[in-house]
Design a binder for this molecule. Sequence first.
Ligand code: PA5
Length: 445
Amino acid sequence: MKTIEIDIQHALYFAGKEKYDALRPEAVKAMENLTENKGAGSDFQGWVKLPSETPQSLLDDIKATAASLQQKCDYVVCVGIGGSYLGAKAVIEALSDSFLPFIPAPKFPKVLFAGQNIGEDYLSELTAFLKDKKFGIIVISKSGTTTEPAIAFRILKEQLEAQAGKQAAKDLIVAITDEHKGALRTLATQEGYKTFIIADNVGGRFSVLTPVGLLPIAVAGFDIDKLIAGARFMEEKTRLESPENPSEVYAMMRNALYRAGKKTEILVNYNPKLHFFGEWWKQLYGESEGKDNKGIFPAAVDLTTDLHSMGQWIQEGERTIFETVISVETSNCELRIPVDPANLDGINYLAGKRVDEVNKMAELGTRIAHNEGGVPVMRITIPQLCEHTLGELIYFFEKACGISGYLLGVNPFNQPGVEAYKRNMFALLGKPGYEAETQAIQSKL
Ligand code: PA5
């Protein structure tokens, strides 16, 4: 079977093969931590065996719940933020028709998102749009106490109950949260919502292959069995410590580059459908590694689009960056460039070629140019965009992230820094229990 492949030859010489090889003992230790459930943050390593340990009964329950929402709704609003949002968004965007929002009667409900910001305009426009529409809600919060989704859910729940009736609304809401604790668990129990559990040992940014990602993806009409099959395939491929293990290769290469002074990694795609995959990846690596005053800064660009805005910086800016290109080998559609007898635009030399052939040459030309401009370039090739390869890619990056965090010397599974803004926001908003913080912050204003 064709699978994802990683090529590091155009990055290796920037760090030096000896420096790369010198990381091997640390990689062996990192793999041991993940395999034997040891090391910093070991109580959050539940994602390591998640694909192989996901029972078919859970997948069937998710599919049945998705089918029920599909039958009752034209729109399903997915409420969540961070790890409770980005995985589903990334997969749905990667697999959906780019013009889905404008397709009048699609086969499956359109999945909309809320609670991923506190935009008053966004929420007002969403509620105005949903007026008189048949909609349902999937509310996702591992902690069950996050402010952004709590605000969005309160507003949308009220609207749904007003439009569908309080009793009917209960069947149109699914909650995904902690098994026992948190406000969302309490509310779901009180109201009798259908619920799914996020296991204690799986952190938000590692939760896309749990109901958190799987339910919205299934509602959007995609095959979660294939997604999990892809992840299982990659779990097996990266299970054993080996110089050929692709997740180890990626983790070692990026850390060798970091130690050689390359502090920023740019994830590059040449397919606009992967834009949100880059957003998911940024959270995965940013939250896992940016701590203790360390960490590669994760950035992402969509090429060739951003070559016309960020291309100059990448080619000639400060030489502290490296890039990782995700290259999709085969497009799902075929479109050829027509001949134009007038040839005013001068592109008749491309006539008859597939658009993707041009894209591939743009990619190759850019990789060579960036390399020659002093940018180490890694390349991850995936055969095509489908559920199976996305499952592979998700697990590949998760496994590499765990290894990479240990190579960096941090706990890759906590996120203590995320609380700082919340404390200030609660203090400024006068949340009960934050009186001392309110006084302290007001004295700084
Ligand atoms: O990765 C994380 O832990 C965070 O980004 C969370 O995913 C995010 O804050 C949402 O948290 P919750 O699912 O508890 O609402």
